[in-house]
Design a protein around this ligand. Structure first.
Ligand code: OGA
Ligand code: NI
Length: 365
């Protein structure tokens, strides 16, 4: 049950400290054979509502022949625009990242998380400035005293040079290869998204939307009591865009018209998620959606998120994002003030977006 008294709180803090100090992540707990979810992972109340029968299904956009001058260009822009305007999350197929690369990426991230805990411990860090870090439980969850049921390896592929040796050897080459492909795909998507807004294809790229990204390899161990915890709490992605690669276990859900909808794994497809910063600059034309990952008895589940953002450590403090001028007018003046990615992320963590309040609300003038 949820701890209430101050001694319960102390106990919880002790457990959190011990968990951090173990440097073994959630997998470390599962490996010792627990049958109950430890207190620090219990989130109540969680409504793991059954996914409702609905006509709605997650849009799938076929990117084949989407290049300018190719036959389906206008149709693809339309598919992307509609999905980004109405749902904020969609899947893409024929995205030009070879299936071999996707499979190897998932396998390599799984292999990292299944290394001996002593080896992973070298990477263990909760310092968000570290370029490569392994965290037990997700950083986002750290604004609350409860942890989520997942381990992550985050690799910042952009803030200053990342030397290949900084990446763990088991996933080094494929992370570099996947990261290049994902960047290329993001450029295609930002072009389509720009055109969907009636802007020149390079508009969003010109705003550095694709100029930096983070690769996060998530590992969701099987959970003995999935009804008590959450793998990744209800949240919105804060950056411009996320490209998510998931394995074949269904656990990601989207909140759509107040109902949780499964995002079904489609072999070879990638999930695209609009983040808060794209909602901000597109001035609410594109929407940042709410999603979560539910805990499961089956697993482990592996996913790899590629988060596109603009964080060059020296200059990010100055780059202010605000609604694109062309999308506002006298009749429709901007309702958001501008912000930097760094300021937003910091404020966002403190303001508990994760618990329901969209971070963009704090930017309203
Ligand atoms: C995220 C996220 C989903 C998943 O990392 O922001 O929503 O399936 N991940 O891992
Ligand atoms: Ni997310």
């Amino acid at each position: 049950m949820a701890a209430k008294s101050s001694s319960d709180q102390d106990l919880l803090l002790k457990q959190l400290k011990a968990f951090d100090e173990s440097k073994a992540g959630v997998k470390g707990i599962v490996d010792v054979g627990i049958i109950k979810v430890p207190e620090i992972f219990i989130h109540l109340p969680i409504v793991h509502s059954q996914v409702t029968e609905t006509e709605f299904s997650i849009p799938v956009v076929d990117l084949a022949d989407a290049a300018i001058g190719m036959g389906r260009h206008a149709e693809v822009i339309d598919g992307v625009r509609q999905a980004a305007e109405t749902v904020g999350l969609f899947q893409v197929v024929n995205h030009e990242i070879p299936k071999r690369v996707l499979d190897e990426m998932l396998q390599a991230m799984r292999a990292f998380h299944e290394l001996l805990k002593e080896v992973k411990a070298e990477y263990y860090s909760t310092d968000i400035k570290r370029k490569v870090s392994f965290v037990g439980s997700h950083k986002l969850a750290r604004s609350s005293s409860r942890h989520s049921w997942r381990d992550s390896l985050t690799c910042d592929m952009s803030s200053g040079p990342l030397y290949p040796q900084e990446l763990p050897e088991v996933c080094r080459d494929i992370t570099l290869e996947y990261s290049k492909f994902a960047h290329k795909l993001s450029v295609r998507l930002f072009k389509l998204l720009s055109e969907g807004l009636g802007l020149k294809p390079d508009h969003l790229i010109g705003l550095d939307c694709a100029n930096g990204h983070l690769v996060a390899g998530n590992y969701y161990p099987p959970c003995p009591e999935p009804e008590l915890t959450i793998d990744s709490g209800e949240h919105r992605d804060v950056f411009f865009l996320t490209i998510l690669l998931q394995d074949n276990i269904t656990a990601l859900q989207l909140l759509y018209k107040n109902q949780w909808i499964d995002v079904p794994p489609i072999p070879g497809a990638l999930v695209v998620i609009i983040g808060d910063f794209l909602q901000l600059i597109s001035y609410n034309r594109y929407i940042s959606d709410t999603h979560r990952v539910i805990a499961k008895k089956e697993g482990p589940r592996v996913s790899v998120g590629c988060f596109f953002r603009y964080v060059q450590q020296e200059i990010s403090a100055q780059r202010v994002y605000e609604p694109i001028k062309e999308l506002t007018s006298k009749e429709n003046p901007p309702i958001y003030r501008g912000t930097t990615v760094m300021d937003y992320v910091t404020g966002n963590f403190q303001k508990g977006l994760i618990n329901g309040v969209p971070g963009l609300e704090y930017l309203k003038v």
